[in-house]
Design a protein around this ligand. Structure first.
Ligand code: SAH
Length: 254
């Protein structure tokens, strides 16, 4: 009996963003694992069992899926966006590394998805058009002072920055603190994009500046893109503005 484990990215929410490869893997899975709201996005299929879990239970969730696949089942683990970006792919790898030898012999396939920063960027132009980096503002798995050092390094080096997990009920102050930090490195007019629930019916995308940015438009479904010194906003008559970072950059002036 040889089971398989598919680690699948569902994209940001719009079913049209699900890749055909992910669609096919979901169709053959006998068991689906994942965070409840992500699993709820996958249409029900007869003969398929679902094992939803809470947000913080990545380790046990990954281990349960591996155990199930090791018993010979076709198992799918789903993530929103891409499974390799702040999601289940690394949790699965951690469990394979620590777990029984049989898990190393399993057939495991990672299926990419459109990650939130690319979906948000595409809604507004090309804010990630030059060098950029992605940072999670969650200090659940790393200390806050490391996040501050990474913000300093990224902004200081002139990267556009995509901020995942900007805020939650358990982490109310971190986003404001991060914006404060970035103001030390970047001029007040630097464009900032808030992309909320992109690809879902309640999608909202807004543009502000680093000087005016605060936590108001941010929640757990929001991704924030902070531009660089070069990032520009193009006003358009009767249409929403475009935000883009040109493909050429000047020297970083520290
Ligand atoms: N694996 C996911 C990211 C998981 S971390 C991916 O690749 O997109 C969860 C964070 O992703 C959220 O706090 C938010 O910052 C961002 N996010 C996920 N879906 C989003 C969406 N539809 N619109 C905007 N941001 C989203």
């Amino acid at each position: 009996m040889t089971g398989r484990l598919f680690v699948i990215g569902l994209g940001p929410g719009d079913p049209r963003y699900l890749t055909p490869e992910a669609f096919d893997a979901l169709a053959v899975a006998e068991a689906l694992y994942g965070y409840g709201p992500y699993l709820a996005r996958v249409p029900a299929r007869a003969g398929q069992n679902r094992y939803p879990s809470d947000n913080r239970e990545e380790g046990p969730r990954a281990a349960a899926a591996l155990r199930h696949a090791a018993q010979g089942a076709n198992v799918a683990m789903v993530s929103g966006g891409d499974p390799g970006v702040f999601a289940m792919a690394a949790a699965i790898c951690e469990q394979i590394e620590q777990g029984p030898n049989a898990w190393r012999a399993l057939d495991v396939a990672f299926i990419p998805g459109i990650t939130a920063m690319l979906a948000v960027a595409a809604k507004i132009g090309a804010p990630l058009g030059h060098d950029f980096c992605a940072l999670s503002l969650s200090d659940n798995l790393k200390p806050w002072d490391l996040i501050e050092r990474r913000l300093d390094a990224a902004a200081g080096a002139g990267f556009a920055i995509a901020l995942y997990n900007p805020i939650s009920r358990a982490r109310p102050w971190q986003f404001g603190n991060a914006i404060e930090r970035l103001r030390r490195h970047l001029p007040p007019p630097t464009p900032v994009v808030f992309g909320r629930a992109v690809g879902r019916p309640d999608e909202r995308v807004s543009i502000t500046t680093l000087a005016a940015a605060d936590a108001t438009p941010a929640d757990m479904s929001t991704l924030v893109i902070v531009g660089t010194r070069e990032t520009r906003v193009i006003a358009r008559p009767g249409r929403s503005p475009l935000v883009y970072t040109p493909r050429a950059a000047a020297e970083v002036s520290a």
